[in-house]
Write a protein that binds this ligand. Structure first.
Ligand SMILES: *Cc1c(COP(=O)(O)O)cnc(C)c1O
Length: 235
């Protein structure tokens, strides 16, 4: 059938992650795989779920919403919003999304808190930090992170669980590694502050091309699309 390749891809990706963990003495169970299903149909998600892969990531609200609806009966799926999120679209996902990785500012935090409250839920949030310092910047500046976490600590309907970052799009390890390392340093700094509500344990970093470096630098969540579903024609 059409999605046989998904089985092979998942197995070889797991082998790759295990090797990356072995090389730096980490337990693969501490690295959660998020299958980035963007641009792929609901059938691809179903095929992956049948293989017991249950975490899925989407980068657009207009793709996430129909997939969450189509797979409404599959309560075991954990949905991750990983893409740049306009505050006015949070209302469309707040009743089902489990994690939002890409929260860069206070306005979005307030809106998530409000909409999650209306839905009677607590949403897991990661603060996206700009670690690559490129012109197409996304994420909050490292200097702004402490103030953001301070304010968000009193928001009852979200829980900040860690940080998310995207490295520069390059094969140059000398550029990528310090970017991931910065994210970890920031997390460790914030862990020491003893927030009331946040549970700062997660580092969402690493994609198909840089997952080994991310694992070495402490990633706890890998967001992987291409290695699982093949190359995309568009994003
Ligand atoms: C598409 C996407 C990924 C996955 O990228 P691949 O290189 O296909 O593994 C990870 N994170 C975000 C935010 C994405 O948009």
């Amino acid at each position: 059938m059409a999605y046989e390749y998904i089985d092979r891809n998942l197995q070889s990706l797991k082998t790759r992650i295990e090797a990356a963990c072995a090389a730096c003495g980490r337990n693969p169970e501490d690295v959660r795989l998020i299958a980035v299903s963007k641009t792929n149909p609901v059938e691809a998600v179903r095929a992956m779920r049948a293989l017991k892969q249950l975490d899925f990531g989407e980068n657009k609200v207009q793709e996430l919403v129909p997939k969450m609806e189509a797979l409404e009966a599959d309560k075991d799926i954990v949905w991750h919003m990983i893409g740049t999120l306009q505050s006015n679209k949070i209302k469309y996902i707040a009743d089902r999304v489990d994690w939002i990785h890409s929260v860069p500012k206070l306005k979005a935090l307030k809106e998530i808190n409000k909409r999650a409250g209306q839905a009677g839920r607590i949403i897991n949030v990661l603060i996206q930090v700009n670690i690559s310092d490129e012109n197409q910047k996304s994420g909050c500046e490292p200097d702004d992170l402490p103030a953001l976490l301070e304010v968000a600590d009193s928001m009852a309907n979200l829980k900040v669980r860690g940080l998310m970052g995207m490295a520069s799009f390059t094969d140059d390890e000398a550029i990528v590694r310090p970017q991931f390392r910065l994210l970890r340093v920031l997390l460790v700094q914030e862990q020491k502050k003893g927030y009331q509500n946040h549970v700062l344990t997660e580092l969402s970093m690493g994609m198909t091309n840089d997952l080994e470096i991310a694992v070495q630098e402490g990633a706890t969540m890998l967001r992987i699309g291409t290695a699982l579903f093949g190359a995309r024609d568009y994003d």
